[in-house]
Design a protein around this ligand. Structure first.
Ligand code: ACO
Length: 321
């Protein structure tokens, strides 16, 4: 039996934290109290205008590759989950591959499932490894969401940040990923979207993130609870046996409500949203890496990773670390 096992993790946040008070100082009509109370967010990182997703991805990947004890040349598959790619094409994954100095490498492609992107990418890479098509995959979530925020819309601009997280997944005969589940329901696309496009040299439609916050909240709690139960059942493991829940870091209240529905106390939920806001596809690997590096997550523990995002898309992976 071939398993896909996490060999190493890495993450990167650009620049210094921008606090809620910093946003107020920049002229946004909000307050630390409003943002913290409703979302748990205290700060986020915002990339300089010339910093791209592939650069953030590179920094996170170098750390993950080092933690895995391998070399870039050992990577035979790169999947970058992003909704804020450097270009329309080539893919951010191809640009990352070049930055890593991998010549004539294996497949490299982007995957777009917004905030569920990392769950989608991890599940996809796992299938490459299980089938024998890949021995060592680099799975990255990298975003510069600050580029698609309407900074005059206080209902959305305070929620998001930039960053990247990465894992190296490798083939192993020891258990790694035990179960995955992916879902989508495109009929919900209007409640969270960036409904613009590049058309004949100009942007048509609205190039900024739009959201119906309350609808998103309800949908997120529902599907995050369902998909967590689904992977636990698939793995034949009671939810109680999960050591750490690592949900998409959008909003502490979504995490609390999901944890409650699943019977998992907040002491077993990794929450880093306070420090980096919602970094979309980057949020799960950022939280994972932080908890690995600060010693909370230990080898052999069972982790349940899950994300939900625009589309709507959602997914989860249950793994032994
Ligand atoms: N600062 C101060 N006041 C604000 C702000 C702000 N940043 N934003 C909105 N308000 C005001 C509104 O104008 C409104 O004022 P009014 O009553 O005078 O009209 C009031 O606050 C309430 O606005 P609501 O939008 O109803 O606020 P709500 O309580 O729903 O909270 C929030 C909004 C935090 C977005 C909430 O709906 C939520 O957490 N939704 C989940 C969405 C989410 O996390 N999305 C992340 C992306 S999706 C994903 O990753 C899965």
């Amino acid at each position: 039996m071939i398993y896909a096992r996490v060999a190493g993790t890495g993450s990167f946040l650009p620049g210094k934290p921008v606090t809620n008070d910093d946003l107020v100082a920049r002229g946004i009509d909000t307050s630390d109290e409003w943002i913290a109370e409703r979302t748990g967010i205290r700060a986020r990182h915002l990339a300089e205008p010339d910093v791209t997703a592939s650069q953030l991805a590179y920094e996170a990947s170098v750390r993950a590759i080092e933690a895995a004890g391998c070399q870039p040349a050992d990577i035979d598959l790169i999947i970058v989950a992003t909704s804020t790619p450097d270009y329309i094409f080539p893919s951010t994954a191809a640009l990352l591959q070049a930055r890593l100095g991998i010549a004539n490498g294996g497949a490299a492609f982007d995957l777009q499932a917004v905030c569920a992107g990392f769950a989608y990418a991890l599940a996809t890479a796992e299938k490459f490894i299980r089938s024998g098509s890949s021995k060592r995959a680099l799975v990255v979530g990298a975003e510069v969401f600050s580029r698609i925020l309407d900074w005059s819309d206080r209902g959305t601009c305070v929620l998001f940040g930039d960053g990247a997280g990465a894992v190296v997944l490798e083939a192993s005969d020891r258990p790694g990923i035990l179960a995955t589940a992916l879902h989508a329901d495109g009929s919900h696309n209007p409640i969270l979207c960036v409904p613009g496009q590049v058309n004949r040299g100009s942007v048509t439609g609205d190039p900024f993130l739009r959201m119906d916050g309350q609808a998103v909240f309800k949908f997120a709690v529902k599907v995050l609870s369902e998909v967590a139960r689904e992977v636990a059942e698939q793995a034949g493991m009671p939810l109680d046996a999960v050591d750490w829940l690592i949900p998409h870091q959008a909003n502490i209240r979504i995490m609390q409500a999901t944890g409650k529905r699943l019977g998992l106390p907040m002491e077993r939920v990794i929450a880093t949203v306070a420090q980096h806001g919602n970094t979309s596809a980057a949020s799960i690997p950022l939280a994972l890496d932080q908890a690995v590096r600060d010693g909370r997550i230990q080898r052999g523990q069972r982790l349940l990773l899950e994300g939900v995002g625009g589309g709507f898309t959602w997914g989860a992976a249950l793994l032994e670390f």
